[in-house]
Structure formats: structure tokens, C-alpha cells
Design a protein around this ligand. Structure first.
Ligand SMILES: Nc1nc2c(c(=O)[nH]1)N[C@H]1C(S)=C(S)[C@@H](COP(=O)(O)O)O[C@H]1N2
Ligand SMILES: [Mo]
Length: 310
């Protein structure tokens, strides 16, 4: 048996970011359980994901500490306060779990989550998440492009939009006993947005299986849109001809549009979107058009009036 020397640093001196990167380096060395367990104890809590392709993203922003990422959440199925999901999401059972893909496809299919995990190699993507409430985070997500799943089911020529539907089960999701939103949570994208290589089906973060409060076992992450477009705990994906109506559009049609692209120039009906507070920061920073992903996605909206199509 090989033994490995621990780094000459106190765990109290390590920031989550450093811990994350040190941890990954040592895991490559050790590929064993003991060291992983040692490090998991301090900050990271969940089950590790294996064979994840390392991030090639050049995002210079500091990662948001794991603790903030997993205790400051929006997941109304578990309550409307930011701490509610981390406190209450333990009641969510993430196995067995299936995702039904139906509608305008040649090969409709019910995927078991574990089968889905084998569809494409998992990769880490460091993306910003910018909430419509003007806070933001930077998270090392783990997943694969949604396009990989869509290829499997062969969308027809009528598939112009895609709808995501989250789990509806008030026993597991006590927030659904209140009519805070129309349940189940529904979101949608235009098909070209869904097929875009940045759009990620996400199963993990910070090297781990997705914590329940972040949308386990599988959620969407669309980095250039406000956070609410990234539906959590998805059980159904429907390809459709007409633009779907999301739960937030039903809740406030003049406040939440279908597109919801991050846009500092278009205010929300009740507050400015010009600035945001990165969790952990004191001062606000300017919000970037398309959350900083304009080079990759602006052409999707060429010729559209983005204040009308908000
Ligand atoms: N099913 C479901 N998905 C959801 C939500 C929700 O309430 N229910 N909240 C959204 C909102 S408003 C945001 S900002 C992000 C938050 O993701 P995070 O908690 O992982 O940061 O999840 C989105 N996905
Ligand atoms: Mo949000």
C-alpha cells in the first residue's frame, strides 16, 4: 500500500477554492478513498463523481465558496427563504429517477438517471449563475451538453421549443403544499438555445454529486440567462412547436419573460438589473450583457428587440 504525505497547511488556512484545487491534485495522485475522505470531512460533504474531464474554461472569477453555493439557494419546492432548501431538501429521493423525453421527437424515451450518466463524458464547466434578484455565484458545475441528450431522441422539424418539467410530489417537496408557484415548476428554451454547447445538463458541482438543494439528481444550467431558467430536479423534457409558458411567466408575466437573458440595460419591473452582488463580496459589481457570454450567444438574438423580448 502506498502512503501519501499531507500538504503542510492547516485546514483552517485553506479557502474552499484552494481546497478544491489541492484536493483534485491529490485525488489524481492517490485515486484512493482515504485521502478523499480526509479532505471531504472539512468542506466537501457529498459523494465524488469519477472520470470528470477537467475544466478548460478561462473564467478568471474566484469560485464562490462551496458553503454559499449549497446554503444560499432558490428552490421554492423546499421553501422561499434562501436557507430553506439546504434545511429541507433532505426529503428528496433521487433514486430511482427517470427523465421522460417526449413530444416532437422521432425516438421518445424514458431515461433512467444512471443510464443518462453514461450518455456523454462528464466535464467540469466553471460558469457564473446570476439570479434575477441581482446576486451571483461562480460554480464549477459538472455535466454534459443538453445537445448530447437531444441527439439521442432525434428532434423533428416541428421541435421549435423545449420544455423542462421538475418533479411534482408534495410529500417529498413540502413547498408544493403552498401555491407559491404553479406546480410543477416549468421552464423552457428555444431549440437553438437548448442545442447551444454552453447549455449544460448538470449532475454535480465542486467534484461531487449535485446536492439536493442545488437540483439533484439533474438540472439544467444556462449561463447567459437569469438563474430561474435553470430548472432543477427535472423529470420530463418535452419538445414542442409553440413557445411554452414557464411557472414564472404565469406568476408575473410583466416581470418574467420567456427569454430572460441577463441584460443590465433592461430593468426588472421592480428593480434595476445594472449591478449584482457576488456572494461573499461586499460591494456590487456591474452586470455583464448575457452574463459575460455574449461572444458565444449574442448571435442567437440578432435582430431581436431585447427590451420587448425580455
Ligand atoms: N424546480 C426549480 N428549479 C429552480 C428554482 C425553483 O424554485 N424550482 N429556482 C430557480 C432560481 S430562481 C435560481 S436563481 C436557481 C438557483 O440555483 P442554485 O440554488 O443552485 O444556486 O435555480 C432555479 N431553478
Ligand atoms: Mo433566481
Amino acid at each position: 500500500m502506498t502512503t501519501y504525505k499531507l500538504p503542510p497547511i492547516q485546514s483552517s488556512e485553506i479557502t474552499p477554492r484552494e481546497l478544491f484545487y489541492n484536493r483534485r491534485r491529490f485525488m489524481q495522485l492517490a485515486a484512493g478513498a482515504s485521502l478523499t475522505a480526509l479532505f471531504s470531512d472539512s468542506v466537501l460533504a457529498g459523494e465524488q463523481l469519477a472520470n470528470v474531464k477537467k475544466s478548460t474554461d478561462s473564467l478568471a472569477d474566484e469560485l464562490t465558496p462551496y458553503k454559499d453555493v449549497t446554503t444560499y439557494n432558490n428552490f421554492y419546492e423546499f421553501g422561499t427563504d434562501k436557507e430553506d432548501p439546504s434545511k429541507n431538501a433532505g426529503s428528496l429521493k433521487t433514486r430511482p429517477w427517470t427523465i421522460t423525453v417526449e413530444g416532437e421527437v422521432n425516438k421518445p424515451k424514458v431515461f433512467d438517471i444512471d443510464e443518462l450518466l453514461k450518455l456523454a463524458p462528464l466535464e467540469e464547466r466553471i460558469y457564473r449563475l446570476r439570479c434575477v434578484e441581482a446576486w451571483s455565484m461562480v460554480i464549477p458545475w459538472i455535466g454534459f451538453p443538453l445537445a448530447e441528450l437531444l441527439k439521442q431522441v432525434e428532434p423533428t422539424g416541428n421541435a421549435k421549443f423545449i420544455e423542462f418539467i421538475s418533479l411534482h410530489d408534495p410529500e417529498q417537496m413540502p413547498g408544493q403544499k403552498s401555491a407559491t408557484l404553479n406546480w410543477p415548476y416549468k421552464e423552457g428554451l428555444r431549440i437553438d438555445e437548448a442545442m447551444h454547447p454552453l447549455t449544460l445538463l448538470t449532475v454535480g458541482l465542486y467534484g461531487e454529486v449535485l446536492p439536493n438543494q442545488n437540483g439533484a439528481p439533474i438540472r439544467i444550467v444556462v449561463p447567459w440567462k437569469y438563474g430561474f431558467k435553470s430548472a432543477k430536479s427535472i423529470v420530463k423534457i418535452r419538445l414542442v412547436e409553440k413557445q411554452p409558458v414557464s411557472s414564472w411567466m404565469e406568476a408575473g408575466p410583466n416581470e418574467y419573460g420567456f427569454y430572460s437573458n441577463v441584460n443590465p440595460a433592461v430593468d426588472h419591473a421592480r428593480w434595476s438589473q445594472a449591478k449584482e452582488r457576488r456572494l461573499g463580496d461586499f460591494l456590487k459589481r456591474p452586470t455583464l450583457m448575457f452574463n459575460g457570454y455574449g461572444d458565444q450567444v449574442a448571435q442567437l438574438y440578432a435582430g431581436m428587440d431585447l427590451s420587448k423580448n425580455f
